[in-house]
Design a protein around this ligand. Structure first.
Ligand SMILES: CC(C)(COP(=O)(O)OP(=O)(O)OC[C@H]1O[C@@H](n2cnc3c(N)ncnc32)[C@H](O)[C@@H]1OP(=O)(O)O)[C@@H](O)C(=O)NCCC(=O)NCCS
Length: 181
């Protein structure tokens, strides 16, 4: 079977996206923020219509991972929030890193000046991955989220700024994705 490929989300992916969302453990579904059990959520994503950019990692007919860049509003409209989830069965094969790298390119293509991502503070692997892509820690929100057992955990906000980071974008291959043609 050919390796997973990362493509922009489109209408034809709707059923596969629903299956992906339904298969996510509750804990991982929280990274998406919208209610993944509401059928209109996936429909809205697949029909586009908002400013967000969404990418899926396709593994044959299935969706193995999803990344979104959601522009914020008002005085933070220059900032995009990155959300990223890979299905537990597909982790550790480089999909998360590739989705994050491509989502960053989409964010800067949208003209956003800064991208933020929220990570549970003890997820060292994920933090290392974002650090490699040029994200830096900007805020630690203590006891900010509840896990599924009701335990309180710290949330780390990582940020990537477009302006000072062109050399680091080049080093992770994002610059290539932004070049016209
Ligand atoms: C974070 C996440 C997207 C990584 O997906 P993935 O496909 O496993 O990532 P990759 O295979 O590209 O791994 C990227 C690197 O991070 C490391 N890594 C990622 N998640 C890790 C974890 N939970 N524990 C240890 N290492 C981890 C890998 O070792 C790898 O390092 P390497 O490239 O030096 O080997 C996935 O674990 C996930 O969906 N987690 C739940 C949601 C989440 O935390 N999202 C991030 C904030 S929105």
């Amino acid at each position: 079977m050919s390796p997973p490929e990362v493509v922009r989300l489109e209408a034809g992916h709707l059923d596969a996206v629903r299956d992906f969302l339904n298969g996510l453990p509750e804990e991982d579904a929280t990274f998406i923020k919208e209610d993944v059990h509401d059928p209109s959520v996936a429909e809205g994503w697949c029909s586009g219509g908002d400013r967000a950019r969404r990418l899926v990692a396709r593994d044959g007919d299935r969706v193995a991972g999803l990344a979104s860049v959601v522009p914020l509003h008002g005085w933070s409209s220059h900032v995009g929030e990155l959300r990223l989830v890979v299905s537990p069965q597909a982790r550790g094969r480089g999909l998360g890193r590739e989705l994050a790298r491509r989502a960053l390119a989409e964010a800067f293509d949208l003209g956003l000046e800064k991208v933020v991502v929220e990570v549970v503070a003890e997820q060292e692997g994920a933090i290392r991955m974002f650090d490699d892509l040029g994200f830096r820690g900007e805020a630690l929100l203590q006891r900010h989220i509840r896990d599924r057992h009701g335990g309180l955990r710290d949330l780390l906000v990582l940020a990537h700024a477009a302006d000072e980071e062109w050399s680091s974008l080049a080093s992770v291959g994002v610059e290539e994705d932004l070049r016209p043609g």
